[in-house]
Ligand binder design. Structure first.
Ligand code: CA
Ligand code: CA
Length: 712
């Protein structure tokens, strides 16, 4: 798909340049002025005014779309009771960095946890589900109403949702729309996305727009000072480059219509909805009330949009000759430049129409389709110079003065594409202009009337584009590792396997994948890939050593060419050469039942837990293997002795006994005897005496006598 598109791009640029050359011989408009595409076909009689008064609570539903955010919460039900006090549960939560939100005493073992924002729910579910201690893990589903907006004019907005309804006296074919309904299940936009509208201005007071208008936070309105030092005084709502003042209000109506298609405030129970329900629209007026402007005004507006951080610039205007200055400004712009193809019914490949026909790679040029997915009679086209098509006839949108009405022209089509680009940007702010443009172009609905007319032969499909963003443009992710993170006792001949969510290939930084020992020294490894698995084979691993595997960003790609986005690094510890034993001897006169919880922390690793238990008759000794742990391991033993009463004592031991040929040692151990149940807890040191003997590679506890009841 990528290759095909590169081919198209090459074709586009070759033919585009030819078109540019031929343009010097064809004067479309000597005046070097721009004009609007629209035949504003309605008279004021035809204006459909949905609102006669403005109520004060227009933003009541402003936060509606937030209900569809995912909450990253999971129900986890363990097979045992009281998971809040279980090391097993704590260990599992630690693996996914989960926070416990709630315990449910009514349902045994059930907890509600929150996982980090940057983790996929499905990954957390996998980790929990793989544990034999977990009965199930499932998402805390957030329910929402279907995302059909409640704006009363929505039924007229066939470009967003066409079910064959009659609009402005015409009826269309169901499905001849940009499939906004389904797209909105994925995102309805974001107020982080800034879309500049270079046009006749925008009605700054329109109730269906003003909540989505960009304002310059660095500027104090009407203090006569250029507070943010951008060269424009009091540019709070944008700028009027035609009249050189700070009021980009709309004295024509065209810009207000364009803005409404892009991002009229959605689901606010009034008027219409934009392709984006939420956005920041930057009002940049450079066309006068008759729709005329100059190269210089357009240039300053583009430079302003760039300086102020616009992500997308909508250009629903055309005319004039090739301008090297404008071409340069567009090519250097950080924004995606969306351009209307023009309304002359002409072939832009032969008769270039600027700015749509500039060959800059960040331009996307848009033709107009009707309610049956046919290219409109007026729309310009061009198999190499026009990229996509979008609805452009009888488009119901905002008009100045809190009114609504119909517009026709490729201006509206461009606005639909700007809105879609904004939705994509909302979902994935990191995508480049070219990626956004490719996404829109690669996910059109191909239509017979458009094949041979425009480059992609299709009308944009917002849903397909967003699905594509979610699936195809996703960066590879690591699902699990073997050995696991912080695993101890890893065999020396272990083949390290890193499992990704999809098939992978080598990235540019592949050779910088390293395995370091505890001293940070990189050891020799072989790296290879098999399907979705990165395989690391180390030449030689040492006993009882902590190793850290570093997988740098860019070292792995998925089949779509997207790189591993951030560095991944984790540690594990190899098996120790020697086992640690706990020897318990009952020197008392009655039998005891003992339980040890060993919290074992190998150097630099996470704590793991072991439960050791048994029954000892008087005079007997038993030996319990605590596992192979390297020098420097800390072991915290919690000891429960069941006799007539239940007691617990905590013994803190630093494992400094792993030296070879260590002789029998005797060490003073300070113990705390704690009455564990029922009721009160006592914490005071009771004994200080020589109880523990450390043998070579072993740990010996001799219980002189069963603990006896403490006095209050
Ligand atoms: Ca300023
Ligand atoms: Ca609305």
């Amino acid at each position: 798909m990528i290759k095909r598109f590169i081919l198209l791009l090459i074709l586009l640029s070759i033919l585009g340049i030819c078109g540019t050359v031929s343009a010097t011989n064809i004067d479309i408009d000597d005046s070097q002025k721009y004009h609007l595409f629209e035949n504003t076909i309605q008279t004021s009689d035809n204006d459909i005014t949905l609102e006669t008064s403005i109520s004060n609570n227009s933003n009541d539903n402003k936060n509606f779309s937030s209900t569809k955010s995912t909450n990253n919460e999971l129900f986890v039900r363990f097979r045992f009771e009281n998971p809040s006090s279980s090391p097993i549960a704590l260990n599992l939560h630690a693996q996914v960095n989960a926070t416990v939100l709630n315990d449910y005493t009514e349902i045994s073992g059930l907890q509600l946890v929150k996982i980090p924002e940057n983790m996929y729910l499905i990954d957390a579910i996998n980790i929990y589900s793989q544990s034999s201690h977990v009965l199930y893990a499932e998402p805390n589903n957030a329910y929402q109403i279907s995302l059909i907006p409640n704006d009363p004019g929505f039924n007229n907005q066939w470009g967003l949702y066409n079910n064959g309804q009659i609009v402005y006296g015409l009826w269309g074919t169901a499905g001849s729309d940009i499939n906004a309904i389904n797209a909105w299940d994925i995102t309805t936009g974001s107020s982080n996305v800034i879309i500049a509208v270079l046009d006749t201005g925008i009605d700054l007071n329109h109730v269906d727009l003003r909540g989505n208008l960009w304002i310059n936070r660095g500027e104090i309105l009407n203090d006569g000072i250029d507070n943010d030092g951008n060269g424009y005084i009091d540019d709070y709502y944008g700028w009027d480059f035609y009249n050189n003042d700070n009021d980009p209000s709309d004295d024509n109506g065209h810009g207000t219509g364009v803005a409404g298609v892009i991002a009229a405030f959605g689901n606010n129970s009034r008027g219409i909805t934009g392709v984006m329900w939420n956005a920041q629209i930057m009002a940049l007026k450079f066309l006068d009330k008759n729709g005329y402007g100059t190269d210089e005004d357009a240039l300053r507006a583009i430079l302003y949009a760039n300086k102020m951080g616009a992500h997308i610039i909508n250009n629903s205007w055309n005319g004039g000759n090739y301008s090297k200055v404008l071409k340069d400004a567009i090519s250097k712009s950080n924004a995606l430049i969306v351009c209307a193809a023009g309304n002359n019914g002409m072939n832009n490949d032969i008769f270039p129409d600027y700015p749509a026909s500039y060959t800059s790679s960040n331009i996307i040029s848009v033709a107009a389709t009707d309610m049956e997915d046919y290219i409109t009679y007026f729309s310009n086209y061009g198999i190499s110079s026009v990229d996509v098509a979008a609805p452009g006839i009888n488009i119901y949108t905002t008009r100045p003065g809190n009114r609504y009405g119909y517009f026709t022209g490729t201006s509206m089509s461009a606005a639909f594409v700007s809105g879609l680009a904004g939705l994509i940007k909302s979902l994935r702010p990191d995508l480049t202009n070219i990626q956004i443009k490719n996404t829109i172009m690669n996910n059109v609905d191909v239509k017979s009337s458009l094949i041979g007319k425009i480059l992609t032969g299709g009308r944009i499909n917002a849903y397909k584009s967003l699905i594509n963003v979610i699936t195809i443009l996703r960066h590879p992710r690591i699902l699990s590792t073997d050995p696991a993170k912080e695993e101890v006792g890893v065999p020396l001949n272990k083949v390290i396997k890193i499992y990704f969510n999809e098939n992978i290939t080598k990235g540019i930084n592949f050779k910088y994948i390293t395995l370091n020992n505890a001293k940070g020294k990189s050891i020799k490894i072989q790296r290879s890939i098999n399907g979705n698995i990165l395989i690391i084979i180390a030449s030689k691993l040492d006993y009882g050593t902590k190793y850290t595997l570093n997988i740098p960003a860019g070292s792995i790609r998925n089949v779509h060419g997207n790189y591993l986005r951030s560095k991944y690094s984790y540690s594990f510890c190899t098996v120790s050469k020697y086992s640690t034993f706990l020897k318990v001897q009952n020197r008392g006169s009655s039998s005891i039942h003992f339980i040890y919880y060993a919290a074992i922390t190998q150097p630099g690793m996470k704590t793991i837990y072991k439960r050791l238990s048994g029954t000892l008759n008087p005079g007997r000794t038993t030996s319990i293997n605590i596992g192979k742990h390297p020098l420097g391991t800390k072991i915290l033993l919690s000891e429960y002795i069941y006799n007539k009463n239940r007691y617990m004592r905590t013994i803190n031991i630093k494992n400094i006994f792993m030296r070879k040929k260590m002789k029998l040692l005797t060490q003073k151990i300070y113990m705390k005897w704690v009455k564990a149940s029922p009721g009160k807890i006592y914490k005071r040191p009771v004994y200080t005496y020589k109880l523990i003997q450390i043998t070579s590679y072993g740990l010996k506890i001799r219980i002189i006598s069963p603990p006896h009841r403490l006095r209050n």
